[in-house]
Ligand binder design. Structure first.
Ligand code: 5RP
Length: 229
């Protein structure tokens, strides 16, 4: 198997192994978390894990969970999330994150923040000294507010770009029916302050800065043809 895929599989498996019977589990979005969802399903099917319910962070996560036989619930039905597993696009030394590469950060922030334990699954290419150095910050915006929010982000020193779909013939639309501005800030020196400032701009639903939310970061590394966590 392709070593990068193998590494994502190993990290996903390590995270899935931390889920215990009877838990409410936040199910993140992305290619690494997809492996965690697969392994949770396999543990359920083998009887190693019983009585768990998943709360998906996106349409993609709910489709995968159903495929792998994970029963789902909603935040209307439960009053706690025991553990959440999710990927990230950048992780700083304090375990603050940039998320939203899959345009799911708004729901992800709700679910991941509520979890008693939030486990982040990444490969070592996602580790950075300062957030914003490699990945533009995703900001979910109401479609009617894209123009004023773009100007507000430029006034803050960012370079926003509307995220386009794979065929580049239209914008990406989130699960909530909104659009994404990817904002290049170069280096984000105070992620906690920027997170609040951005969410104060009228028309912004949520931004991809997750400050002080992650409890554990599992990092995968490719080593030749194999992978370690
Ligand atoms: C989705 C996310 C993803 O978790 C993030 O983009 C990482 O994905 P991958 O594991 O595919 O690299 O934040 O909104």
């Amino acid at each position: 198997m392709d070593p990068v895929k193998l590494m994502k599989q190993e990290v996903g498996q390590a995270a899935a192994a931390k889920v215990t019977s009877g838990s409410i589990v936040g199910l993140g979005t992305g290619s690494t978390t997809a492996f965690a969802i697969q392994f949770i399903g396999e543990r359920l099917a083998s009887g190693q894990l019983t009585d768990i319910k998943g709360i998906p962070t996106s349409f993609q996560a709910s489709v995968l969970a159903k495929q792998h036989g994970i029963p789902l619930t909603t935040l209307d039905e439960v009053d706690r999330i025991d553990i959440a597993i999710d990927g990230a696009d950048e992780v700083d030394p304090q375990h603050n994150l940039i998320k939203g590469g899959g345009a799911a950060h708004t729901r992800e922030k709700v679910v991941d923040s509520l979890a008693d334990q939030f486990i982040v699954v990444v490969d070592n290419s996602k580790l950075v000294d300062v957030l914003g150095s490699t990945f533009p910050l995703p900001v979910e915006v109401l479609p009617m507010a894209v123009a004023p929010v773009t100007r507000a982000l430029q006034a803050l020193g960012g370079q926003p770009e509307l995220r386009l779909g794979v065929r580049k013939d239209g914008p990406v639309i989130t699960d909530q029916g909104n659009m994404i501005l990817d904002v290049k800030f170069n280096a984000i020196s105070d992620p906690a302050a920027l997170e609040k400032t951005l969410n104060n701009i009228p028309g912004v639903l949520e931004n991809g800065l997750f400050v002080g939310v992650a409890d554990v970061v599992l990092v995968g590394e490719v080593q030749g043809d194999s992978a370690t966590v």
